[in-house]
Ligand binder design. Structure first.
Ligand SMILES: Cc1cc2nc3c(=O)[nH]c(=O)nc-3n(C[C@H](O)[C@H](O)[C@H](O)COP(=O)(O)OP(=O)(O)OC[C@H]3O[C@@H](n4cnc5c(N)ncnc54)[C@H](O)[C@@H]3O)c2cc1C
Length: 378
């Protein structure tokens, strides 16, 4: 460590010589919590570049979900049945862990269920296939999570212009992402962990085991744990991590928005929910993959138009519904849909590539990463 730190600051920062986690998203925070619970005497510090987090954990849609029927069928096209079951299990286990680490009230969790909707103009074939294969997909979920009859065909009158015949999943729910991050931060601090915000790491030397911060400070802690998800390739190259931007729109309050559930469309690429009578809608990166393959925040007018068209013409027949706010967030995908949980060198570890369901798998990844590290320090 160098720079103009005072005696007091230097003393406080001695904690940075032990276990340093980079990234205060769901994975970084839960890794920290599990490590502190197992090793209360060890110093565990999280370094985070953003004011709260600057990643997907505080910018997501807040669905606690494990995959719609068409998403699972899509996965079966490219993955073995066992791999698909393992992934569903990981999502279910992650949600279970998350609920143990927080309280439902603190994170505004509602087990409201979810619906997969179909656009009769575009999705006729996908809809037929999904309805035909519900029992088979229910079998996979039962094997993964022991849930009975997860998906069922339902006709519901939400007042949307889309077909009222949907697939209902009683086990899914929704929460407030920032309250979730805050609850995990609180839990980590109560375990004795420290979080430094505004700490931007610009380099990680896996062989030397040191990290360089933007302010020219260099740290050489005993363990370095990267929980930087889509931004990992800025620090470590040669990884199968592809960042994708996701657009999200929030409308002004809409009168008579009576339903309260999460909705999936187009194989999970589009999602929407009611948040206090506002419609949150996001996704659709599949319509402009080239421009959305980036880890830079920014808006995409083609996707905004597509989502607004869905609001005005596929859900409602009301062009007066106005957008109040929009933002983007970055997810990490790759050739594989499994997260990376690995040791990169003697002292450097990585937990990343959480895909589009990191709220679900985040704490399971944090737990496995902490277990991996604990084998080396116990
Ligand atoms: C718009 C959107 C909607 C989504 N909706 C859902 C959903 O409804 N349900 C669901 O399950 N999942 C959803 N996801 C996915 C989910 O949010 C992520 O998979 C999950 O939050 C990833 O958590 P993480 O901790 O791995 O990464 P992140 O939350 O991205 O955290 C990584 C952290 O590392 C920090 N960091 C990165 N580089 C550095 C550096 N060099 N120095 C210091 N700090 C650094 C970042 O600032 C960030 O805080 C969504 C994602 C997006 C973008």
């Amino acid at each position: 460590m160098s720079s103009n730190f005072s005696f007091w600051e230097k003393q406080y920062m001695q904690a940075l010589d032990d276990i340093v986690i980079i990234g205060a998203g769901i994975v970084g925070l839960t890794t920290g919590i599990y490590l502190k619970k197992q090793f209360p005497e060890r110093h565990v510090v999280i370094l985070e570049k953003g004011m709260i987090t600057d990643g997907a954990s505080s910018k997501n849609a807040g669905f606690s979900c494990f995959g719609s029927v068409t998403e699972i069928l899509d996965d079966l096209e490219t993955m073995s049945e066992k791999a698909v079951i393992d992934l569903i299990r990981l999502r279910g286990k992650g949600l279970e862990e998350l609920m143990k680490l927080t309280s439902q009230d603190d994170i505004q969790f509602q087990k409201c269920g979810s619906f997969e909707l179909f656009d009769d103009l575009l999705d006729e074939e996908a809809k037929e296939e999904a309805f035909q294969k519900i029992d088979m997909v229910n079998g996979l979920v039962a094997e993964a999570l022991d849930f009975k009859n997860t998906f069922e065909k339902r006709k519901e009158n939400f007042g949307f212009k889309l077909s009222p015949t949907a697939i209902f999943n009683q086990y899914e729910g929704q929460l407030n992402p920032v309250l979730l991050v805050n609850a995990l931060r609180k839990h980590f601090k109560e375990c004795g962990g420290l979080i430094f915000n505004g700490a931007h790491i610009i380099d990680v030397d896996t062989e030397k085991g040191d990290i360089s911060l933007e302010n020219q400070v260099i740290l050489a802690p005993r363990r370095i744990v990267l929980c930087t998800n889509a931004f990992t390739k800025n620090l470590l190259v040669d990884l199968d991590i592809i960042p994708y931007r996701n657009q999200v729109l929030m409308t002004k309050p809409i009168k008579n928005l009576k339903w309260n559930a999460c909705f999936h469309m187009d194989r999970g690429y589009i999602y929407f929910r009611n948040y206090r009578n506002r419609l949150l809608i996001g996704g659709a990166r599949n319509i402009d993959l080239l421009n959305e393959q980036t880890d830079e925040y920014g808006s995409n007018s083609t996707i905004h138009k597509h989502l607004i068209n869905i609001i005005h013409h596929r859900l409602f027949s009301d062009e007066s519904i106005e957008i109040d706010h929009s933002w983007s967030g970055i997810i990490a995908t790759g050739k594989s849909k499994q997260p990376i949980i690995t040791k990169m060198s003697d002292s450097v570890y990585l937990g990343a590539r959480l895909g589009g369901m990191g709220v679900a798998i985040g704490s399971a990844v944090g737990k496995s990463l902490a277990e991996l590290i604990s084998q080396d320090i116990s």
